[in-house]
Design a protein around this ligand. Structure first.
Ligand code: PSU
Ligand code: MN
Length: 317
């Protein structure tokens, strides 16, 4: 967690601040997906649709970014457009990058890890995205394990996602999450979703089937004093699922290209996402947008249920 003094570095959008002040539901959204995950102008359209979907289901959206060294929870329309237009010119910002951006007064597009940090600071408990980072294939020699996994172990925010892409090693990703004590909960499923496809074949230990039960799980996690977050894994809607063989072939090709070009570190995920979109003629992008909208809806429903379960109950136990 970030210390209380960090509050001075945070700017909540007025609408977000007003909602948080009365315990109304708010959903955090990340900005790496805008600047590095999708091409202009699809990124702006997707970001706007995701915010609208959150609102339609009764919560206030708070897209997170670093602008001019300030931590932003909630962007204005011009801020959102500038971020989308600028694309990869805004650096991807994970936990390790935040201090430098704040010190220099610079801009950053926040990853899942950095978005969780800002959300927790603001008091936002539910966050929607597409997919989390994880253990990359070949991590035994590259050591490439996303900081998202370690953030989930220590920062109390529920991340609603469609699992993770099989550009990652999903089995090892689940192992690290287990080691770190992070609950991975299937939403209406007993297996980890694999982003473009509903089922990775990897079993999950926990499942919920409605937003109320998901919210009860969040309350229980934090009532126990467990400091971390959790993953609520929501499969892509059936009608948007991609044929497994087709996406697997594109992933293998993109991975081989990345290796041949020596792409590594933080450039790896954006490179693979862009290649997948190109190799599938844009179909992967359409699926990506559909699953993010699906996650935004569920996150809003969970945030609404979570707020409704926050009953004032005095101090008598
Ligand atoms: N996975 C996706 N799309 C994304 C990302 C992950 O399917 O846009 C982004 C998220 O912002 C995630 C980050 O937090 O990539 C992980 O990057 P890294 O592996 O460098 O930690
Ligand atoms: Mn990495």
């Amino acid at each position: 967690m970030v210390g209380p003094a960090a509050i001075r570095l945070l700017d909540c959008h007025p609408e977000v601040a007003a909602a948080l002040a009365v315990g109304a539901p708010v959903v955090a959204l990340e900005s790496t997906i805008i600047a590095h995950g999708m091409p202009w102008p699809h990124n702006l359209e997707a970001a706007q649709r995701v915010e609208a979907e959150v609102r339609r289901h009764g919560a206030v959206p708070a897209t997170v970014a670093v602008l001019g060294g300030r931590l932003k929870a909630g962007l204005s329309a011009p801020q959102m457009e500038a971020l989308a237009r600028g694309g990869a010119s805004t650096p991807k910002a994970s936990r390790r990058d935040l201090a430098a951006l704040v010190a220099r007064g610079a801009d950053g597009a926040t990853t899942v890890a950095a978005t969780m940090i800002v959300a927790a600071l603001a008091g936002i408990r539910v966050f929607a995205t597409g997919g989390i980072g994880g253990v990359h294939r070949g991590a035994a020699s590259s050591f490439d394990i996303s900081a998202d996994l370690l953030e989930l172990a220590q920062t109390p925010v529920a991340v609603v996602c469609a699992g993770a892409k099989s550009i990652l090693d999903l089995g090892l990703t689940l192992e690290v999450l287990e080691t770190q004590g992070v609950p991975v909960v299937g939403y209406g499923t007993d297996t980890l979703p694999a982003f473009y496809v509903r089922d990775s074949g990897f079993s999950l230990q926990q499942r919920v089937d409605n937003p109320e039960d998901a919210a009860r799980l969040l309350h229980a996690q934090w009532a126990l004093g467990l400091k971390g977050g959790l993953v609520l894994a929501n499969p892509i809607p059936r009608e948007h699922e991609m044929p497994r063989a087709r996406i697997d072939a594109a992933i293998e090709l993109a991975l081989a290209e990345g290796q041949a070009q020596g792409i590594h570190g933080k450039a790896s995920t954006p490179f693979l996402l862009a290649r997948l979109a190109a190799l599938t003629g844009g179909d992967s992008l359409a699926a990506n947008i559909a699953l993010v909208l699906n996650n935004a809806r569920l996150a809003a429903q969970v945030a609404v249920a979570y707020a409704a379960q926050l009953q004032p109950h005095g101090h008598c136990g």
